[in-house]
Design a protein around this ligand. Structure first.
Ligand code: GLA
Length: 382
């Protein structure tokens, strides 16, 4: 699906001249469930994108069309609120944030669609929020910065989609840079790009095609478990406001005061933050092997301590780990389904894909989907 198709549909439906915007999904190399603990993440924007055709109208209405679903949606601007149409909420949520900042939106026509697989953990929702916010900002000349738009997208997700996500997805989609991943400090929001040159290796995503029901309730439970841990430790040091501030030594010194489950959760997060820093350095020094090992460790922590993996993800991880053609692999995103990310020898990607597809199908009865991804620039004009 191309932006030309989106533009054509827009003209057909609304007849005016649209602004064209693209907004990418994201991968995360390492640093999972660390963003809402004020820690570090290492994501990148990828060549799976949502494209938008957007223009102002003077009808006082939001008129949206989801090209992939072939569904229309309309709401009066003065009635702006959460709707029963799930996909429309991502756009409405962003419009609501601009309104809250005191900006006036008179009316908006929008057609959007793309190739980010839904529910695969590649942040299609962040891409939609960012792309729509970016278009509004351009069309009305609001002058909001990329950072402002990222925060608006995140709030839209909290308030209109009901997911208490961290900042990683929106940040990576908006601020991605071609051939670079970004190491983001989720507290200060400082970030640093690292050139991703994996030499003889490619990034391959394996999509389980499952999304277990647990995903959003467990996500919010994990957040609470982390907060419980912080509350125990802050008695000993009032500078501790998030797991980001906790050292492995401090955590283990107070192990007895923890419920064992909460302890495991906290230990995972504390270790994962350290892994992100180490992985960033390893890539800077071209130590791809160490980078891969850290990915394996990340998965093991997510599986055994944070417990957000699932059988399908673990199966893909096991197959990848025992292959000589793979340097590193792990589940990616919130968990309970979605994709694994794999660093696979370039000349072996086909053999690897065939083998993993075959074994996955024979053990689960589900067809695996495989995507080879390139790292691209963040949200912008087409
Ligand atoms: C989801 C959330 C992100 C992040 C990841 C886990 O993708 O939207 O904010 O917490 O899960 O790393």
């Amino acid at each position: 699906m191309t932006s030309i198709e989106i533009e054509k549909k827009f003209r057909e439906l609304f007849g005016s001249e649209p602004l064209m915007v693209r907004s990418p999904g994201r991968i995360n190399l390492i640093g999972e469930h660390t963003d809402y603990n004020d820690g570090f993440v290492f994501p990148a924007a990828i060549d799976k994108e949502v494209h938008f055709a957007v223009a102002a109208n003077d009808l006082g209405k939001f008129r949206f069309y989801a090209n992939d679903l072939e569904e229309r949606f309309e709401m009066k601007v003065e009635d702006l609120k959460i709707s029963d149409t799930r996909w429309a909420n991502y756009l409405l949520g962003v419009a609501a944030q601009f309104k809250r900042s005191g900006y006036e939106i008179k009316g908006i026509d929008c057609v959007f669609g793309g190739d980010i697989p839904l529910g695969a953990g590649l942040s299609s929702s962040a891409a939609i929020e960012n792309g729509f916010g970016f278009a509004l900002n351009e069309i009305y000349g609001f002058g909001e910065s990329r950072m402002d738009m990222i925060l608006k997208s995140q709030k839209a997700e909290h308030e209109y989609a009901g997911v208490m996500c961290g900042i990683m997805d929106q940040f990576a989609s908006m601020n991605g840079k071609r051939d670079h991943a970004l190491k983001l400090d989720c507290r200060s929001l400082d970030y640093e790009y690292a050139n991703i040159d994996l030499k003889d290796y490619d990034i391959i995503l394996c999509d389980t095609r499952v999304k277990h029901e647990l995903a959003s309730s467990e996500y919010n439970t994990r957040r609470k478990e982390c907060e419980t841990g912080v509350n125990i430790l802050k008695k000993y040091d009032d500078k501790i406001i998030a797991l980001r501030d906790v050292t492995p030594g401090l955590l283990s010194a107070h192990r007895d005061e923890f419920d064992p489950v909460v302890y495991k959760r906290c230990n995972y997060v504390v270790q994962e933050d350290l892994r992100v820093e180490e992985a960033f350095d390893a890539l800077k020094h071209n130590n791809i092997k160490r980078f891969g090992e850290l990915m394996y460790l990340s998965h093991e922590g997510l599986r055994d301590e944070y417990e957000v993996s699932c059988d399908e993800l673990d199966l893909l991880f096991d197959i990848a780990k025992r292959s000589d053609d793979v340097l590193g692999a792990r589940m990616m995103g919130g968990g309970f389904g979605g994709c694994t990310i794999n660093i696979v020898k370039k000349e072996k990607t086909e053999t690897f894909s065939k083998e993993i597809e075959k074994e996955y199908f024979s053990k689960t009865g589900t067809e695996l989907k495989i995507y080879k991804v390139r790292i691209v620039d963040g949200t912008g004009l087409i």
